[in-house]
Design a binder for this molecule. Structure first.
Ligand code: PHE
Length: 346
């Protein structure tokens, strides 16, 4: 019997060693320690052994049983730890990672930059806090000129501006349009020049579905010998064709801006209703998109450009409106609401 017990022990130790799963180990437990297992049957027979063998066989049998039990439990524990630490269950649903989204205005401004870049324009930045000299004076809008009323201005007080307010041209303000970039850019450049400057602008206005007190404009400036109105119109048509992937009808209306002569506003035909009139174009069939014109000779002089030799055109494109139109957004205030339900749609 002792021989048999030792054999059983060896056999089980081998099997435990080879076991790779908790299920397998539980199977071994039933097979070698269960009531009907050979070990248990032998242990029950110990009683009937002759006196001298009984003690030894009983002790050995019980030790082996205890030994097997301990080894199986230990291995089960080590396998369970292994499952937790190393095994990846690829059938479990993954955790959703929250990714950020670009604001539609960001996306649209990138599109504008790309298109003008492809047309050979330089893309530059201006500053959002300006001085009156660049926002007004050098753009041929002198102080007390009634045209200043067109731009309801936020003036900036305090800070560095207080020391300089004695000189009215140094008065700090939030730029009311991107046109000051025309002058700033020409401080460092000589014609020929072809550039755009998209950026934020501010006006003290009551807000509604199509007006905000902050909005984006894209200034355009081209100066070279022999630049004509047709260059302006051709450039804008080419730009629009690239944005909408189709020929867009435009309408040119005369308009007064002190820094251009002649000055004109350009409308685009509503792509949604084909000019018939709908809610997006307020039944007009046309959408006002930008102010533009030929750079005024006085402004060219302020840029240190000789108006006898050079001419140029400039435009100020309303980015928010065109973006709304492009994506079908009905209320400009959504853009600045910070509402993720809006941003996540783009
Ligand atoms: N700066 C003008 C505006 O904001 C638009 C404009 C730009 C007009 C350039 C003519 C030339 O109203």
């Amino acid at each position: 019997m002792i021989e048999r017990l030792k054999n059983i022990k060896e056999e089980v130790l081998d099997k435990i060693d080879q076991a790779t799963s908790v299920d397998g180990l539980n199977g071994l437990r039933v097979r070698y320690l269960g009531r009907k297992s050979e070990l248990m049957v032998l242990l029950r027979k110990v009683k009937s052994l002759p006196e001298e063998q009984r003690k030894e066989a009983g002790k050995l049998g019980n030790d082996i049983r205890k030994n097997i039990e301990d080894l199986i439990n230990e291995k089960v524990r080590s396998l369970a730890v292994g499952v937790r630490d190393h095994v990846i269950d690829e059938t479990l649903p993954g955790k959703k990672i929250q990714a950020g989204k670009h604001h539609p205005l960001t996306l649209f401004i990138r599109k504008i930059k790309d298109i003008f870049d492809g047309m050979g324009f330089e893309v530059i930045d201006g500053m959002e806090v300006e001085i009156a000299k660049y926002n007004f004076d050098l753009l041929n809008i002198p102080r007390d000129h009634p045209a200043r009323d067109h731009w309801d201005t936020y003036y900036v007080t305090g800070g560095r501006s207080t020391a300089k307010t004695k000189e009215p041209g140094e008065q700090l303000l939030l730029r009311t349009h991107t046109s000051p970039v025309q002058l700033r850019s020409m401080l460092q450049r000589k014609p020929p020049v072809r550039l755009i400057a998209p950026g934020r602008t501010f006006r003290h206005e009551a807000t509604d579905a199509s007006h905000e007190s902050q909005f984006y404009q894209c200034e355009g400036l081209v100066i070279d010998e022999g630049i004509k109105v047709t260059d302006l119109i051709g450039t804008l048509k080419e730009f629009l064709k690239n944005i909408f992937n189709e020929e867009i009808k435009i309408r040119v209306r005369p308009e007064y801006y002190p820094f251009v002569e002649p000055g004109m506003d350009i409308d685009i035909m509503c792509v949604l209703c084909g000019g018939k009139g709908c809610s997006v174009c307020s039944q007009r069939g046309w959408l006002e998109m930008l102010g533009s014109g030929m750079v005024h000779p006085t402004v060219l002089k302020n840029m240190n450009v000789d108006p006898k030799k050079y001419s140029g055109f400039a435009f100020g494109l309303g980015i928010d409106r065109l973006m709304m139109f492009y994506y079908g957004v009905k209320d400009v205030r959504l853009s600045y609401s910070g509402d993720l339900r809006f941003v996540n749609q783009f």
